[in-house]
Write a protein that binds this ligand. Sequence first.
Ligand code: AMP
Length: 406
Amino acid sequence: MAYRQGNGARNSGARTSSFNRGRSGGSRKGPMKKFIHPSKFINKATPKAEEVPYESKHKFADFPFGSQLHHNISKKGYDTPSSIQDQAIPHIIEGKDVIGLANTGTGKTAAFLLPIIERQTGISLKPSVLIIAPTRELAQQIDEEFRIFSQGLGLYSALIVGGVPADRQIRELKRRPNFIIGTPGRLKDMMNRRHINLQNINTLVLDEADRMLDMGFLPDIRAILSETPRDRQTLFFSATITPEISVLFNTFSRDAVTISVRTAETSEHVEQNVIEARDKTHKVELLTDLLGQKAYDKVLVFGETKFGVQRLSDYLDNSGIPSVAIHGNKNQSQRARALKQFKDGRVRVMVATDVAARGLDIPNVSHVINFDTPQTYEDYVHRIGRTGRGGASGCAHTFVEASSRR
Ligand code: AMP
């Protein structure tokens, strides 16, 4: 399989035109692509040593949790709460509404799960907790953490996400789980089919609200939220706050405490540069060259469309660079398998669309390569935030086609 265009390239016409169709084919929801000046993709990384680590006021042992929950937290290896956990848990345990401005990697999942689990022990009207996340992967990660933290507490969950058959989910819902964790589309579908009744919900979590709005889920979210009782506890999490999000939060929460743990843009600590390419064929050559270097040991490559991402991953595989792809055309188990292979280090290259990669916790990415430029600068910051996490330094390259420069 070749990406060649022009002289001597077999099949080039068909491939190029189908590639281009994929790019402009409108498979992505949302606004038109905005022009971002390439200078915004260049940055000399500032060293991380300048960051002052957050000094936690509590230890997990200080929180008023039952002994089994404390045991589960220690077993997971958590000792000191992260900033969002330290600040949010005391409010959530008191039953207050919370707006958490936090991105992935801050420990926000445990920040809401732990106090909710504590508060649900002994509540018999079910399901009592609804957690909504933008992507299947994120919902699954939340469910996995829930299972670890709720061990031995007699609390159960149902994971209600799209891309997998509904039968098993319907069976799980019939068993009346305490927690429903899911994505907006499938949740709405299950509500319409009367498999979900939200009248006993006492706690509602909306995770990565900004992403959900970006993905066009606002009508579904409004429909779902309006079916829950008014006197519930509401917890919203979002990495950014826009006027639209403020309206949503104000409509659906009461006297909320706002906690912000957003640090300076992660991009400051990421070495960023632009690599100029003549055209798409050249981009593929450049990518293959980079991936051949030893330092590129855990690389996340971003493409614009589902189709383009799959093609690029297939091409790399055929060129002797094993890769996995995640995008919306893959079903849930394919995505989960791909993610696990990349996380475990069994393949060192993952090619992804923005939407599929959202909210995923992928540690220690050595390089982010923007094979296609992102739609917005915010997407860019999200993309490159995958590298340079924790103490590690990160590196991001953005391919800019000569024709796209202005
Ligand atoms: P999250 O932002 O919830 O996706 O969490 C990011 C990562 O940090 C996950 O791998 C968590 O398991 C981990 N994590 C969260 N809280 C703590 C903690 N207090 N101590 C150690 N690791 C944590």
